[in-house]
Design a protein around this ligand. Structure first.
Ligand code: C2E
Ligand code: CA
Ligand code: CA
Length: 586
């Protein structure tokens, strides 16, 4: 254990400073024990660590990447990586691509606060297989001041976790809130139906922005809110209350007559409405609700599915209106299912391709760049434009696969097109906010660019204003990292989103794309001219490129040149065309 890490701190020093405190024992009665406890020889500590069946790792907080500086044998056995492969890296890579686990956020939060944390989360071994990791992170300091290191204890609890899941399924209650779990709910709905005569009301309720509560207040507050919701629902006197998913609940109530449904739903809504008092804060929460009234012979599973389809419509309405199930919901739900499986197949069969639309220097007409626009070449329905399927891909998460492949394809294309070209063409790629939030963008972009050989300066990411609303430190840091790589960051559809322009100062943006809504009819509308002129003036002052979108006429181009807009895109210069068509332009 005499080895020394890159910073020159010896492991002995680290252990002395505090790691020993993790291996606590009970009160020592015998003074000899007391002596041994405070003077446990290093060789014994080292041997203990080698014998430990829990993995132990230490990372150095003073290094930017919080690199691992020590791993014991069990850590290597559990993860399948050798110490040579582990040391010097941040152990985040054990998460694989599974970044959606809420536990990961808890770990991130704890690390940001330099506090201890214990979670059980899914990790991945070197061979790609997953294991449940009971992780315990504790800080300690070798300087006696601020924490300098994290000690991580990992334990493979895969077997226990599987057993616990089975127990949860065989018991009937949701472990957190105590209301029914979904297996028991479906069973009991069946029993309710058989017991009475009249119709049965089945409602599904979704708590909006649960994720924000977890992020903003912490998971324990999120849990408390869920428990309060369950209590309020139970106190309405509903026959059955169930937690169907992380932030979804369901209710079932026998009715004398179908007319009573709406009043019953309103009563439930009212009981949920008052603000929630947790951890000294009062939080107001909005709920989406969908319901169905079924007769006694309806299949319980079908009722739950129908209430879910109505809930889906409620969730996508601007004011989360309560929605009663209609057969249209069912058709839509089936469509969504069909669409999801078709898109999965389309990915497998490589049916997504890009069209490229030229971007021109407005003064000279020279083509300087292109925007990559996604197309789905559907075997039966022909070429589909993104408006038909991007929304759905975002809802189902398929956008992550589509976007990842797409970005690789565009980077490869940029590398191919710009090979030996004196003035390179820049390629703009549309990034969905979902991708931006859920993927490690800087790492992903840098990996793809180095694999393709494309120069980062050839690539721009088009982002929507909605991302800037979230002016969190994390978003800012992601964007800075992306800029450090050398790629451009462009704000798409500028002027259609949020009016607060503060973000222009805060975020490291390089380009603004004026939405085509302002360009269309520019000559006829004085207010449009005023808006466009001020956007261009602000952009020039802040040093951004300006690209005007949707230029269709010579008149629009001439006006924009007069307003000192440098670049433009639109049917006047060329429609989006496939790669072969795009190459013909040169
Ligand atoms: P957008 O980023 O605003 O893309 C410009 C859209 O305007 C394109 O529609 C383009 O065909 C159309 N357009 C271009 N010039 C003109 C013009 O002079 N007049 C008119 N009327 N329209 C013009 P498209 O290709 O159907 O794309 C629609 C939207 O889909 C895009 O809007 C973008 O938000 C999204 N999208 C496209 N490709 C991708 C992608 O790879 N990933 C993601 N996440 N979204 C994409
Ligand atoms: Ca765009
Ligand atoms: Ca646009």
């Amino acid at each position: 254990m005499g080895e020394t890490n890159s910073r020159g701190t010896s492991m002995t020093e680290i252990f002395k400073a505090g790691f020993g405190s993790l291996i606590r024992s009970g009160p020592a009665a015998d003074p000899r024990d007391e002596h041994l406890r405070s003077n446990l020889p290093e060789s014994i500590k080292a041997r203990l660590l080698d014998l430990s069946r829990d993995g132990v790792a230490i990372s150095d907080l003073r290094e930017k990447s919080m690199a691992l500086v020590y791993v014991n044998r069990a850590f290597q056995d559990i993860t399948g990586y050798s110490s040579g492969e582990l040391l010097g890296r941040n152990c985040r890579f054990l998460q694989g691509n599974d970044r959606l686990q809420p536990e990961i956020q808890s770990v991130r939060d704890a690390v940001a606060r330099r506090s201890d944390v214990a979670v059980t989360l899914k990790n991945y071994r070197k061979d790609g297989s997953c294991f449940w990791n009971e992780l315990h992170l504790a800080t300690f300091s070798i300087t006696g001041g601020e924490p300098t290191h994290y000690a991580g204890l990992i334990r493979n609890v895969t077997a226990g976790k599987a057993a616990a899941d089975q127990i949860a399924q065989s018991t009937r209650a949701d472990l957190l809130t105590g209301v029914l779990n979904r297996y028991a709910f479906v069973e009991d709905v069946g029993i309710l139906q058989r017991a009475g005569q009249g119709p049965i009301l089945l409602a599904k309720i979704d708590m909006a922005r649960f994720h924000d509560i977890n992020e903003g207040y912490g998971y324990d507050v999120g849990d408390q809110v869920l428990m309060q919701i369950a209590r309020r629902l139970t106190s309405t006197g509903a026959a059955l209350v169930c937690r169907t998913g992380s932030n979804d609940f369901a209710l079932a109530q026998p009715l004398r007559h179908a007319d009573e449904a709406r009043a019953t739903i309103d009563m439930m809504r009212q009981s949920l409405a008052p603000r929630y008092l947790v951890a000294g804060a009062t939080i107001s929460i909005r709920f989406a609700m969908g319901y169905v009234v079924g007769n006694r012979t309806a299949d319980a599973m079908t009722l739950v599915r129908h209430a879910g389809a109505a809930l889906h419509r409620s969730k996508s309405s601007a004011f989360l209106d309560v929605c009663a199930f209609s057969s249209e919901d069912d058709r839509r739900a089936r469509n969504r299912l069909r669409m999801t499986s078709e898109m999965q197949q389309a990915l497998e069969h490589d049916e997504f391709h890009f069209h490229y639309q030229p971007q021109a220097d407005l003064a000279t007409g020279a083509i300087v760049g292109a925007e990559a626009l996604l197309r789905w070449h559907h075997g039966l329905f022909g070429t589909q434009s993104p408006d038909k399927f991007i929304g759905h891909a975002e809802e189902t998460g398929l956008i992550l696969d589509i976007g990842a492949r797409g970005f690789r394809a565009v980077a490869d294309y940029a590398a191919r097109m710009n090979k030996d070209r004196k003035t390179p063409i820049t390629f703009s790629f549309n990034i969905s906010p979902i991708e931006f939030k859920l993927r490690d963008m800087p790492k992903f972009v840098s990996d793809v660019l180095s694999a393709s050989g494309a120069d980062p300066a050839w690539i721009k990411l088009e982002l929507t204003e909605s991302l800037m609303v979230d002016s969190s430190a994390e978003m800012l840091s992601i964007m800075k990292h992306l800029r450090d790589l050398g790629i451009g960051l462009s704000i798409d559809d500028f002027g259609t989103g949020y009016a607060n322009l503060r973000y222009l100062e805060d975020f490291p943006i390089t380009e603004i794309k004026i939405d085509r809504g302002f360009v269309k009819g520019l000559a006829q509308s004085r207010s449009k001219r005023v808006i466009v002129e001020s956007i261009i003036r602000i952009s020039r002052e802040l040093g951004f490129h300006v690209v005007a979108e949707g230029i269709e006429t010579e008149e629009e181009r001439a006006l924009l040149v007069k307003m000192k807009c440098d670049f433009g895109q639109g049917y006047l210069f060329g429609r989006p065309v496939n790669a072969a068509g795009f190459e013909l332009l040169f």
